[in-house]
Design a protein around this ligand. Structure first.
Ligand SMILES: NC(=O)c1ccc[n+]([C@@H]2O[C@H](COP(=O)([O-])OP(=O)(O)OC[C@H]3O[C@@H](n4cnc5c(N)ncnc54)[C@H](OP(=O)(O)O)[C@@H]3O)[C@@H](O)[C@H]2O)c1
Length: 311
C-alpha cells in the first residue's frame, strides 16, 4: 500500500510515520509544506494525479491555542476548510480508494453530554473560542461521509481526545496543558525554584491519550473493510488537572511546592470522549498515564539535547 500521510512533520503525523514504518507492505508518501502546500487546490490535485496513492491519512491542519483561534478565526476557518476540501476531493478525483481524516474533540457542542458520544455531533452550539476550527473539521468529516455515501469510496474520520507525546509544542503560548506542565516543572527543577504556580483550582477533569496510541488506532481503522464514518479515539478515562500536575511534577523530579491560584478560571469542568464505539470494534488504549508521561519526558529531554524541541 502506498500511503500518503499529510502533515507528517507534526506531532500526529510523526507518530503515524513511526507506526506505519513498522507495517509490512506499506510505502510512505510524504511531502513537507514547502513541497506541497495543501491549501493550493491545483498543486494537491496534480500531486494525487501523479502519485496515485492507495490511501491517505489527513493529519495536516492549522492548529493553535485559544488566543490564536480567537484572534485569527478567518485563517483558521479558511485554511482548514481548504486543506480538508483539497485533500478529500483531490483524493476522490484521482481515484484514491481509502482516506482517514483526523478531527478533534472540539467538534462536539460545548454542552455535549459527558462522556461525549459521536451522536452528539451537531446537536448544539460549539465552544465560541474554537468555532472556526471546529466548523472546518466538521466540514471535513461530512465531506468524507458524503463522498462515501454518494461515490462508494471508503473515506472516514477519527476524533482524537487531547494528545501528548514526542514532537509536541513546548512554546508556553500555544502549548497544551501537558507539555506546558512538563516544561514548567523541568525549568523550575533546573533553577532549584521552591515553588511552581498552577492555574485555577485543579478540579477540572480531562482525558489524555499518548499520540502513539492514536497512530495505532488509525492503523486499526485503516485495516477495517467497513469502518464507521466517525469514531472517537481516547482512553475513556479522565483525571483531574491536579492529579495530572502531581504526576508530571513527580516524573520530572520537582520536589518543591505547587501553589494553586484559584482566582484564575478553571474552564469546562469535564471533557471526556465516549469511546464505546471504538472499544466495541476491538481497539483499546494500553499506555497508562504515568508511563506515558515518563516516555514523554524522556523524549522532551532527547529533543532538547538534539535541538529539535518545537516552540
Ligand atoms: N495535538 C492534539 O492534542 C490533538 C488533539 C486532537 C486532534 N488533533 C488533530 O490532529 C491533527 C494534527 O495535529 P498536530 O497536533 O499533529 O498538529 P501539528 O503538530 O501542528 O501538525 C500539523 C502539521 O500540518 C502541517 N500543515 C499545516 N498547514 C499546512 C499546509 N497548508 N500545507 C501542508 N502542511 C500543512 C504542518 O506543517 P508545518 O510543520 O510546516 O507547520 C504540521 O506539520 C489536527 O487535525 C488536529 O486537530 C490534535
Amino acid at each position: 500500500m502506498k500511503l500518503f500521510i499529510a502533515g507528517h512533520n507534526g506531532m500526529v503525523g510523526g507518530a503515524l510515520v513511526r507506526r506505519f514504518q513498522r507495517e509490512p507492505g506499506v510505502t510512505l508518501l510524504l511531502r513537507t509544506r514547502r513541497e506541497l502546500d495543501l491549501t493550493n487546490q491545483a498543486a494537491v490535485a496534480a500531486f494525487y494525479a501523479a502519485e496515485k496513492p492507495d490511501g491517505a491519512i489527513i493529519a495536516a491542519a492549522k492548529v493553535g491555542g485559544i488566543l490564536a483561534n480567537n484572534t485569527y478565526p478567518a485563517e483558521f476557518l479558511f485554511e482548514n476548510l481548504a486543506i480538508a476540501s483539497n485533500t478529500i476531493h483531490g483524493a476522490y478525483a484521482a481515484g484514491v480508494p481509502r482516506l482517514l481524516f483526523l478531527g478533534s474533540s472540539c467538534i462536539y457542542p460545548k454542552l455535549a453530554p459527558q462522556p461525549m458520544p459521536e451522536s452528539s455531533l451537531l446537536t448544539g452550539p460549539l465552544e465560541p473560542t474554537n468555532e472556526a476550527y471546529a466548523i472546518a473539521k466538521i466540514a471535513g468529516l461530512k465531506l468524507c461521509e458524503y463522498y462515501r455515501k454518494q461515490h462508494g469510496v471508503v473515506y472516514h474520520s477519527a476524533m482524537p481526545t487531547n494528545l501528548y507525546g514526542p514532537g509536541d509544542y513546548y512554546n508556553l503560548e500555544r502549548s497544551h496543558v501537558m507539555p506546558a506542565l512538563l516544561r514548567k516543572f523541568h525549568e523550575a527543577k533546573a533553577a532549584s525554584r521552591p515553588e511552581v504556580g498552577a492555574w485555577g483550582t485543579g478540579s477540572p477533569k480531562r482525558e489524555f491519550l499518548h499520540v502513539d496510541e492514536l497512530a495505532d488506532a488509525c492503523a486499526f481503522l485503516l485495516k477495517m473493510d467497513n469502518p464507521p464514518d466517525l469514531v472517537n479515539v481516547g482512553t475513556g478515562t479522565d483525571v483531574t488537572i491536579r492529579e495530572l500536575t502531581e504526576i508530571v511534577a513527580q516524573v520530572v523530579g520537582f520536589k518543591g511546592r505547587i501553589v494553586w491560584d484559584a482566582t484564575k478560571p478553571d474552564g469546562t469542568p469535564r471533557k471526556l470522549m465516549d469511546v464505546s464505539r471504538l472499544t466495541a470494534l476491538g481497539w483499546q488504549a494500553r499506555i497508562g498515564l504515568r508511563a506515558g508521561v515518563e516516555a514523554t519526558y524522556a523524549s522532551f529531554l532527547a529533543e532538547q539535547a538534539a535541538g529539535t524541541l518545537r516552540g
